[in-house]
Design a protein around this ligand. Structure first.
Ligand SMILES: Nc1ncnc2c1ncn2[C@@H]1O[C@H](COP(=O)(O)OP(=O)(O)OP(=O)(O)O)[C@@H](O)[C@H]1O
Length: 394
């Protein structure tokens, strides 16, 4: 990799991606779509996009604008979101998926970018846990409420033959109550005042117009009070989403929640989401994902999956598994756990609060077991999960 050309005091999106094919340079106060959207704050960034909070002057509302890098050839996210916005709204899960409100293209110095205008949401569930939760763990009532809402969102998607492909706690975000009625002062009280730092060139030359003059620190929302009510959450980020009749070759779901059929290179479908949902349920309850993600490699992960999945590795994957194991060093010392044993071990950690009862944990363990099946056809569906007695208690 070549030496960095730019410097900025804020560690956010990689500056070298401000080049043809990459990010669009945007600044606070900029207008988009002929003056309709005005940029107020930065929400975050990823490998393929930067996302901004903006004021929609035409409809007098706050929105999120996700600006995709210009080199992206596939338009899956845009197509799935567009299809979703045309779907009937009567399903209870409709209100638990982030809806697209508008879309447009933006021609800039780095190319032509698809821009998705989305409902503006607050922090992700992962952020909430990190920022506001004692012992990095949700209360039992919030864990159950978030699990139920995520499952409703997934049920809505499955009913319409849409796979999300990237279900985890960073892709569930809370809605901001009263957002519509916030004035600008109230908006910045919620999302924090933006902080930006100038970009300089290390060779002393002037910046070109395809690099922003400043980098904005992503918003750090102040929303602890929201947890005292019953927050609504929505599934966000449809960058890996797909329709049942045009499934991609593979998915880039984080390895720790990636379904085994994707790891084994098998054909897959929307049921990948139910494997990830099993991991999600475990994390919502305990505060950590079921599979140890430190230094994880596919063979190590499959080894852990074999401890927890109750249906055994399907014969069609045995050959690949044999080949994978060649790189694994066998250690006799490591403890092995059943899923239920591991769930109890993690949850009833003496140092952390535990407001679920042992009975509750036994029940949710059974539920997670129904999701963590190697064979996609054996996995519970979102509607099966929602009908489970665990959701009726408490
Ligand atoms: N509708 C929204 N409202 C508020 N914040 C959002 C919204 N959509 C995305 N974000 C935030 O913006 C950041 C990046 O968004 P997103 O999850 O869509 O992209 P990513 O998957 O991280 O990146 P990429 O798709 O480019 O790899 C995240 O921090 C996310 O929480």
């Amino acid at each position: 990799m070549s030496a960095p050309l730019y410097h900025c005091g804020i560690d956010a999106e990689p500056l070298h991606r401000y080049q043809p094919g990459g990010y669009h340079p945007l600044g606070l106060g900029d207008f988009l779509k002929a003056g309709r959207y005005q940029v107020l704050h930065k929400l975050g960034w990823g490998g393929y996009s930067t996302t901004w909070a903006a004021k929609d002057h035409k409809k007098d509302r706050y929105v999120a604008v996700k600006i995709i890098v210009s080199e992206t050839k596939h338009k899956r996210e845009l197509e799935v979101l567009r299809a979703m916005s045309a779907l009937p709204r009567h399903h209870p899960g409709w209100s638990h998926v982030n809806q697209m409100l508008d879309s447009f293209t933006l021609a800039g110095p780095n190319g032509t970018h698809d821009c998705l205008v989305l409902e503006l949401l607050g922090p992700s569930v992962a952020d909430i846990v990190e920022l506001y939760c004692k012992d990095d763990r949700l209360s039992a009532s919030l864990a159950k409420s978030f699990a139920s809402q995520a499952m409703q969102g997934l049920d809505f998607l499955a009913c319409h033959n849409i796979g999300h492909g990237d279900i985890h706690t960073r892709n569930l975000a809370i809605t901001v109550p009263g957002l519509e009625s916030l004035d600008e002062k109230g908006f910045f009280e919620r999302f924090g005042s933006p902080y930006a730092s100038p970009v300089t060139r290390l060779d002393g030359e002037c910046l070109m117009s395809n690099v922003p003059s400043h980098i904005v620190q992503p918003a750090s929302s102040r929303m602890k009070d929201i947890l005292l009510s019953s927050p609504t959450i929505k599934v966000i980020d449809f960058g890996e989403a797909f329709f049942k009749d045009s499934v991609p070759d593979t998915l880039h779901t984080p390895l720790s929640v990636r379904a085994p059929e994707v790891i084994f290179g098998d054909p897959f479908d929307c049921r990948v989401d139910m494997w990830s949902a099993g991991c999600l349920l475990f994390e919502l309850v305990t505060g950590q994902p079921p599979f140890d993600v430190t230094m994880i490699t596919p063979p190590l992960l499959v080894q852990q999956m074999m401890e927890f999945a109750t249906d055994g590795l399907p014969p069609r994957w045995q050959g690949k598994w044999q080949a994978m194991q060649e790189g694994l060093s066998h250690s006799d010392e490591e403890d092995t756990y059943t899923l239920q044993g591991w769930l109890e071990e993690v949850y009833f950690d003496d140092c952390k609060h535990s407001d679920f009862t042992r009975d509750d944990i036994a029940k949710v363990g059974k539920l997670i077991e129904r999701l963590l099946k190697f064979e996609p056809s054996l996995r519970a569906t979102a509607s099966d999960v929602l009908a489970d007695a665990w959701f009726e208690q408490g």
